[in-house]
Design a protein. Structure first.
Length: 365
């Protein structure tokens, strides 16, 4: 196996003396900036290259909100560099050798949890996996006490999924480890939005100017919020759609055009992103039956024809077949749903690498 820059870039190794790829500012040294969970104005797209990369400089990834366009591009470009590792016969590089990462998953997960674990193993980190049932949280211990006890064993990073919005921010305020948000309640799911953006960029060559239709349970979706922050920052045209009972108040202020009928939302779309109906977060009564929801809002082959020719179909998973999407569409030629899952590994490798202090310039060296 030929040694590449990725193989050479073991954490703690030399730092690059030159900037990363043209137009992509390299990560800056750590700088303390308070995390934020509240809505704010969009990040400027054209932040000067010398500006601190605010969110990554915290050495946490708590959300997409507040990330600059340059930071998003940096993560996507770094993910592209790491994608090569997953195509090798031996899918392992020493980049995070000696680092310990705790995966603290307090909510069910198939994709995110396995994707982080595979990304960590491909980077040679040591990993510890924790779920709600394995942990003493099930005996009444608080999340913070659990995290502090885990921290006593000196991990470098904690990846957390939790049903409470703000859980990752809480750990970031009280823990020494780098914190990565793997989904907090209905708030944010930043690595999902990053892998979605990566997939769109790989398929369409850009994000700016694309018409993206997002249809489904807008009320409870952290994937929606992270995607709105990201796609707005990158200059996409956002069309969102749900029954009126599943449209959160103030969604327009996040830069989306809101529809309560699916047809106008899909018209001329380059990208269709379907969202799951999250029954576990609903009190009930948002719509009469799954069949009626599918009749009015489900993505069928006929409805796909309203989008642009060559439009791609996305879904973060898990899919409710026959509720938000017809199986013929989910498994059809326009679907990139499994590509999203595959890309998630490279994107999470990039996030882990950058949060640990790595730079794209080092990979490109
Ligand atoms: N997309 C996503 O977050 O899926 P999981 O809940 O399986 O992690």
């Amino acid at each position: 196996m030929n040694e590449t820059a990725i193989d050479r870039s073991a954490a703690g190794g030399r730092r690059p003396s030159r900037p990363g790829k043209a137009g992509v500012p390299p990560a800056q040294p750590a700088r303390a900036v308070a995390g934020s969970t509240v809505a704010a104005s969009p990040a400027p797209r054209d932040a000067p290259a010398a500006a601190p990369l605010v969110a990554l400089a915290q050495r946490h990834l708590l959300g997409i909100q507040g990330l600059l366009a340059g930071e998003i591009e940096l993560i996507l470009d770094t993910a592209r560099a790491f994608a090569e590792v997953s195509r090798r016969p031996i899918k392992k590089v020493p980049t995070l050798r000696g680092k310990t990462i705790v995966n603290l998953f307090m909510e069910p997960s198939t994709r995110t949890r396995s994707s982080f674990e595979i990304a960590e193993k491909r980077l040679s980190a040591d990993t510890l996996n924790f779920s709600l049932l394995d942990s003493s949280v099930s005996k009444g211990e608080t999340l913070l006490d659990t995290a502090r006890n885990l921290e006593a064993m000196a991990p470098d990073m904690i990846v957390i999924r939790h049903r409470a919005a703000g859980a990752a921010h809480l750990l970031a305020r009280h823990c020494r480890s780098n914190i990565i948000n793997a989904g907090d309640g209905s708030h944010e799911h930043p690595t999902q939005a990053l892998l979605d953006a990566y997939t769109i960029r790989e398929r369409k060559g850009r994000l700016e100017g694309l018409r993206v239709a997002i249809v489904g349970d807008l009320m409870h979706s952290r994937v929606l919020r992270s995607n709105l922050f990201l796609l707005r920052t990158m200059g996409a045209d956002l069309q969102v759609c749900a029954p009126p009972t599943l449209v959160p108040v103030g969604l327009e202020r996040l830069g989306a055009t809101v529809h309560t009928r699916i047809e106008p939302a899909l018209e001329g779309a380059d990208v269709i992103m379907m969202l799951r109906i999250q029954r576990e977060r609903q009190q009930g009564g948002a719509f009469p039956t799954a069949r009626e929801y599918f009749n009015l809002f489900g993505l069928t082959r006929e409805r796909v024809r309203l989008a642009k020719k060559g439009a791609i179909i996305m879904h973060p998973g898990p899919i409710n077949r026959g509720v938000e999407i017809d199986s013929a569409v989910a498994d059809g030629p326009e679907s990139v749903i499994l590509e999203q899952v595959a890309n998630g590994v490279s994107v999470r490798m990039a996030v882990l690498y950058l949060i640990s202090g790595g730079t794209l310039g080092e990979l490109a060296a």
